[in-house]
Structure formats: structure tokens, C-alpha cells
Design a binder for this molecule. Structure first.
Ligand code: UD1
Ligand code: UDP
Length: 355
């Protein structure tokens, strides 16, 4: 099968790391498009290098800008490539603007869309990602769900054909990377962080970074967590900290602000952290797989299984509530395999081959 895959943002590189290899191993022909949504070396190149992702066949350089502007540039670029490459299927990952652009470009050309991570819902239409997910699912022919819950979400919207529950590609990548990360010099020791005595934090959701009061409250919570907090700062968050003049809120001996790190360093942090504080979707799952309790800095989670199992706590953005949850995090005894066993890439490539 000729597959045109679209990636553009950090979590998509991590998913493609598992799937691109599996697709090619099964004899599919892949044309890999990088939309350029993420473009800094620490947000893009590092993942291609560390995880051995094939070099993109095309880069649209469509990063930054407003949603319409960015999505429009990607849409035009992907449409042109689809016309040239004539793929049998366009494969998109997750819920970013790159996902939406790939799905729309293909659907308008009557090319079947394969959506990896289909059926996730926050039920919050103010999130740009929720719009991207819903639209993408409704124009997709192949809907690859990470778990039964996501397939049930699709069924509630009337989508039952083409739905495959395959597990989560991020689990595939994590299992592979954890082995490599173990043999590399540890960033945890380099930074003198106490094993199981520090928190790993990330913040990048628009609703958290773009509102000054919310961002100030979150930074307050990070600095008062009662333990060292390592905080690889997403460029969006850094830009807002600077724009709001919040640099002083970062000046606290417990807060270790660093640039975004590569995936292997992230896995090293995860392997040694006491807890994770995040608004990231991917990191909520990775914390779960690494048996690290997670405090989610949002009012809802798409990864509801991690919450109902007691490993993930929805804290919202109120600093007092966040701090009280951090003080009480514990490690539940049960840890079911909600999102497959690390064989999602194999299952997706097989399903595509079987047609
Ligand atoms: C995007 C996705 C979000 C995903 C996240 C993963 C959308 C709507 N959002 O959010 O779903 O969780 O990626 O990280 O698609 N920037 C840089 N360098 C970069 C990338 C971004 O400086 O390499 C800055 C730019 O100022 C840019 C801003 O970050 O305008 C936001 O980037 P954008 O890709 O629009 O959204 P994210 O917040 O990264
Ligand atoms: N990640 C990383 N380096 C960082 C921060 C995050 O490698 O400095 C990884 C993280 O482990 C996860 C993915 O990036 O695999 C999540 O991306 P992000 O939080 O940007 O997006 P989301 O998952 O929320 O869409």
C-alpha cells in the first residue's frame, strides 16, 4: 500500500518512530510529510535522530501563526503532495493542526484517511485539539483506537465501521526507548536530582499558558511542590512567561527550568521521578506505563483509564488543590494493560495490509 503519513508535532514524531518502521518492514511504501508545525531542533530533529525515524520526504515549514493560517498552509501543501504522490491512504496521528490538515486534504480528494489515536475525547470543545479530533474521526475510513473506551466514544457518535482497537503506539516507542535510555549516561544524576524524590513537570496547553493568572498559579504550584521539580519548558510556555513578565516566579531553588529534552532523557526522568505534573496527553500515559503517579493540570483527561485506576489525578489549575493532591499522591496496587502491550505498530500495519 502507498501511504502518505503526516507528522508535525512532538508527540507525532514519537508515534511515527514505532509505526514508520513497522509499515516499511511490512512492505508498505511510505511518503513521510513533516508539516513543520514544530521546528526547533529540541522539538523536532532530536526525535528523528534519537529514535531513528526516517528522514521526511517533504517539509512544509508551516509552523507558528494562528490556527487558520497554519492549518491552511498545511492543507494546501498536503493537497499538492497527495495529487503528486497518489497515495492509497493518508495516515494522520493524534489531534494537532497537522492531523486536521492531513485529514481534510485527503478527504476532499477522496483518498481514504487512517487516523491513529481515534476516538479520544475530552468533551471540551474549547480545546482546539477536540475540534481536530472530532473532525478527523468523522472523515476517516480507518480508525485506530488505543482502547475500548475510545471505540465506545466513536460508537456514541455513530462511527462503527473501520474501527480497530490496536493499543497505543506511544507504548511501543516507550518500551524500545526505555532499554536504550538505561544504557546512556543519566541526566538525573547529572542534574543531582534525588531518585524518587523529584517531580517532572510540563505545561503547554493554550488554556494554561495563554492566561496570565492561570500560568502564575501553575508556576506557584511547581515552586511549592515540596520537592525539586524539573521543568523542561515548551517554547509556547517560555514565550508566555516572558510576555507576562513572570520570570521572577521561576526563581526558586526547587524549580529546575531547562529547555525541552530529547525522548531518551525524558524516559530517564520518568524512570526516576516521584510524580509527574503535566497538562500533556502523552505524558499522562507514559507516567502510567512507568508506574509513576500523575497529577494532571487540567479539568479533564482523555485518558480516563489512567484516572479511574487511581494513577492519574485531575487537579485542574487551582494551586491549592494541586498542592494538596501532590502531598497525597500514592501508588495504587493494580496496574492493568489499558493500552495494549506495545504491539500497536504491528497491528496497524497488518490491518492496513489486510485492507
Ligand atoms: C501543539 C498542538 C497540541 C500538542 C502540542 C504538542 C495544535 C492546535 N496544538 O501545541 O495539540 O499537544 O503541539 O507539543 O495543533 N514554538 C516554537 N518552536 C517550535 C514549536 C513551537 O517556538 O518548535 C512556539 C511558537 O511560538 C508557536 C507556539 O510555540 O507559535 C505554539 O506552537 P503550536 O504548534 O501552534 O502549538 P503547541 O502549543 O506546540
Ligand atoms: N517530551 C519530550 N521532551 C520534553 C517534553 C515532552 O520528549 O521536553 C515527550 C513526552 O515524553 C511525550 C511527548 O513528548 O512522549 C508529549 O508531547 P507533548 O506533551 O508536547 O504533547 P501532547 O502529548 O500533550 O500532545
Amino acid at each position: 500500500m502507498r501511504i502518505l503519513s503526516v507528522v508535525g508535532a512532538r508527540p507525532q514524531f514519537i508515534k511515527a518512530a514505532a509505526l514508520s518502521t513497522a509499515l516499511r518492514a511490512r512492505g508498505h511504501t511510505e511518503f513521510l510529510v513533516h508539516t513543520g508545525q514544530h521546528y526547533d531542533a529540541a522539538m523536532s530533529d532530536v526525535f528523528f535522530q534519537e529514535l531513528g525515524i526516517p528522514e521526511p520526504d517533504s517539509n512544509l515549514n508551516a509552523g507558528s501563526g494562528r490556527h487558520g493560517e497554519m492549518t491552511g498552509a498545511m492543507l494546501a501543501g498536503i493537497e499538492k503532495l497527495c495529487i503528486e504522490q497518489k497515495p492509497d491512504v493518508v495516515l494522520v496521528y493524534g489531534d494537532t493542526n497537522s492531523t486536521l490538515a492531513g485529514a481534510l486534504a485527503a478527504a476532499k480528494l477522496n483518498i481514504p484517511v487512517a487516523h491513529v489515536e481515534a476516538g479520544l475525547r475530552s468533551f471540551n470543545r474549547e480545546m482546539p485539539e477536540e475540534i481536530n479530533r472530532v473532525v478527523t474521526d468523522h472523515v476517516s475510513t480507518w480508525l485506530f483506537c488505543p482502547s475500548p473506551v475510545s471505540a465506545e466514544n466513536l460508537a456514541r457518535e455513530g462511527i462503527t465501521r473501520g474501527v480497530h482497537i490496536v493499543g497505543d503506539l506511544m507504548c511501543d516507542t516507550l518500551l524500545r526507548a526505555a532499554k536504550i535510555a538505561r544504557d546512556k549516561p543519566s541526566i538525573v544524576s547529572k542534574m543531582n536530582l534525588p531518585e524518587r524524590g523529584f517531580a517532572l513537570a510540563t505545561i503547554h496547553r493554550a488554556s494554561n499558558t495563554d492566561d496570565e493568572k492561570t500560568l502564575r498559579g501553575l508556576l506557584h504550584a511547581l515552586t511549592h511542590a515540596g520537592m525539586p521539580v524539573v521543568f523542561p519548558m515548551h517554547p509556547r510556555c517560555r514565550a508566555r512567561v516572558e510576555a507576562f513578565g513572570l520570570q521572577d516566579s521561576l526563581a526558586h531553588p526547587n524549580l529546575r527550568v531547562i529547555d525541552p529534552v530529547g525522548y531518551l532523557e525524558m524516559v530517564q526522568f520518568l524512570a526516576a521521578a516521584k510524580c509527574v505534573l503535566t497538562d500533556s496527553g502523552g505524558l499522562q500515559k507514559e507516567a502510567y506505563w512507568m508506574h509513576v503517579p500523575c497529577v494532571t493540570l487540567r479539568d479533564e483527561s482523555e485518558w480516563t483509564e489512567t484516572v479511574s485506576s487511581g494513577w492519574n489525578h485531575i487537579a485542574g489549575t487551582d494551586p491549592d488543590k494541586i498542592l494538596s493532591i501532590i502531598r497525597n499522591v500514592s501508588t495504587p496496587a493494580a496496574h492493568p494493560d489499558f493500552y495494549g502491550a506495545g504491539d500497536a505498530a504491528e497491528r496497524i500495519s497488518r490491518a492496513l495490509a489486510e485492507g
